[in-house]
Design a protein around this ligand. Structure first.
Ligand SMILES: Nc1ncnc2c1ncn2[C@@H]1O[C@H](COP(=O)(O)OP(=O)(O)OP(=O)(O)O)[C@@H](O)[C@H]1O
Ligand SMILES: [Mg+2]
Length: 519
């Protein structure tokens, strides 16, 4: 094994132990008397110490020794795991993680050792050193290498579709059979190459317990974070994109949602607040739900802030429904916090949440109830590059609608279309659903549809929890499509951000229902 391989192995294993220490310390805080937790941490710290010594990383070894000593003292009941000591230990574990990742990092460890000795005394640490990056116990592959692999598989899929078309026109039985075999292998390859980009959501969830704990402690609140669905896997790019939004949501829940213990008691709640974060599959998408049992978003305050900023008028504010008022949170600067602190007050948090999630093709739904809490539901695509799509015809052009947003398709007779306040609507499953004529939105002339035509084809889509009926000329078929990102200059109206290449080599634009219904 080369030097490099040894280092890789060291990093992987040491980080796994750091992870164990982190997780077990959180558990130990809840159950300070659990001897097995103590032993586990002691063992892991000891292992990392040994490994670092072998590699010749003296600083890392020294840090582990100090961490190990503390746990030894706790074990011997010479010291107690106070909240401050736990915080100090967490900070040491963070720096340990950074030192493992970067062998060249030199840190002045003195303040850290002081902190462990006197956890109740405030010690200034360089802030850049106390943030922990997400770490994965896996081998490292350059993201760009993975991207090109996935791209190549995409190209392969398109070539295969072209071949499909040729063979279906004038191929022999043998060639059809060979192509079928090739096809199933390409599908496997596609699946595998997508799979290596998937990482369990766990990798970021693990960090959240710490963030919630640290934020709550600094605000003098008690909050428990409940997590569910941590085994769900997501594309790395998407996971990276949603990490920051989720952190903002959690910080908001702790800071603005969950009340002080005394406030909670007065309103008949448990002193300890709760935040639930869960992830689950919903078709081609992943849903992440973050719910708190705090006091809810003060919609009136948000409105007042929007009036103050000149975003809406007083009259508009009175008319504005609660849903629409919550939409205002996507505008930067709408903080209701009285002062700017480390945790909040800039009013950019929700702006980041909503826009980041939309960037990766997702959506955010906010619901809140005064005194009961707030729920944010993020729907995000599983992966960025291959999706299921429905090909539709509009004015002699083919477009793709992502299957993930489609509820169903309908053919109706034209007199079922009603008009409400000048808007075309239909009744669908006892609901009034507004209709959108795609050809009109896209401003494509030479409309082949005829408003008096007997039959109208409608695709019911859902966006942001609301349903819309998209009127198209006709439906073709479902198909897996490889997404090609368009340059933003291609279409200045921003209705299209993506396209795909059809088997016949033509480019079809992918319609984003969210963008269409907003226009
Ligand atoms: N879980 C929640 N419970 C109650 N109110 C919330 C919650 N989440 C957000 N809010 C309200 O929405 C407002 C906007 O949140 P946002 O994160 O954009 O700003 P902020 O938290 O005040 O400041 P920062 O940009 O520094 O995070 C908050 O000021 C708060 O009034
Ligand atoms: Mg915030």
């Amino acid at each position: 094994m080369s030097e490099n391989n040894y280092r890789e192995l060291y990093v992987t294993e040491a980080l796994e132990h750091v992870d164990i220490i982190n997780q077990t310390l959180l558990k130990l805080e809840e159950n300070p008397d659990k001897r097995e937790h103590l032993d586990q941490i002691f063992r892991s710290a000891h292992t990392v110490k040994g490994m670092s010594a072998t590699m010749g990383y003296d600083q890392t070894k020294e840090l582990c020794k100090n961490i190990e000593n503390i746990f030894d003292k706790i074990r011997k009941k010479e010291t107690k795991l106070s909240s401050n000591l736990a915080s100090a230990l967490f900070k040491c574990i963070d720096i340990l993680q950074q030192m493992i990742n970067d062998e060249k990092k030199t840190v002045n460890l003195k303040p850290y050792f002081n902190m462990l000795e006197n956890p109740d005394k405030l010690v200034q640490l360089d802030n850049s050193e106390s943030m922990s990056p997400t770490q994965l116990p896996t081998i490292r592959v350059k993201m760009s290498d993975l991207d090109s692999l996935v791209n190549l598989v995409g190209e392969l899929t398109i070539s295969k579709m072209k071949l499909d078309k040729i063979v279906s026109e004038d191929g022999t039985g043998k060639s059809k059979h060979a192509l079928m075999e090739l096809g199933s292998m390409i599908t496997d390859l596609q699946y595998q190459s997508m799979k290596i980009r998937l990482v369990p959501i766990d990798t970021i969830f693990k960090r959240f317990t710490r963030v919630v704990r640290d934020t709550a402690t600094s605000l003098g609140k008690k909050v428990e974070l409940h997590m569910d669905g941590s085994k769900i896997e997501l594309d790395r790019t998407i996971l990276d994109a949603i990490t920051e939004p989720l952190l903002h949501i959690l910080r908001n829940s702790v800071d603005h949602g969950i009340e002080n213990p005394s406030e909670r008691k007065t309103s008949g709640k448990q002193e300890k607040g709760n935040i639930w974060i869960s992830a689950y599959h919903a078709g081609e998408q992943i849903t992440i739900k973050i719910k708190d049992d705090g006091k809810g978003i003060d919609v009136e305050k948000v409105k007042a802030k929007a009036i103050e900023k000149g975003i809406i008028s007083k009259d508009e504010a009175i008319e504005l429904s609660e849903d629409k008022a919550l939409d205002l949170l996507s505008i930067p600067g709408l903080s209701t916090a009285k002062e700017v602190t480390d945790i909040s007050g800039r009013g950019v948090g929700m702006d980041v949440v909503i826009n980041r999630v939309k960037d990766v093709g997702g959506d955010v739904l906010i619901t809140t109830k005064k005194g009961e809490g707030t729920t944010m539901i993020l729907t995000i695509p599983l992966s960025v590059s291959i999706i299921g799509g429905l090909l539709v015809n509009v004015s002699n052009e083919k477009y793709v609608l992502p299957l993930s947003s489609i509820i169903t398709t309908l053919k109706i007779v034209s007199n079922q279309i009603k008009s409400v306040h000048g808007l075309e609507v239909i009744e669908f499953q006892d609901k009034i659903v507004p209709l959108v004529r795609v050809a009109e939105i896209l401003e494509i002339g030479n409309k082949t549809y005829n408003k008096n035509q007997n039959e109208t084809t409608i695709v019911i889509v859902e966006k942001g929890g609301k349903q819309y009926g998209l009127i198209v000329d006709s439906l073709e078929h479902k198909q897996e499509i490889v997404i090609k990102k368009l340059n933003s200059s291609v279409d200045s109206s921003d209705t299209f951000t993506n396209a795909t290449i059809l088997p016949d080599g033509r480019v079809a634009l992918i319609l984003d229902p969210g963008l269409i219904v907003r226009r």
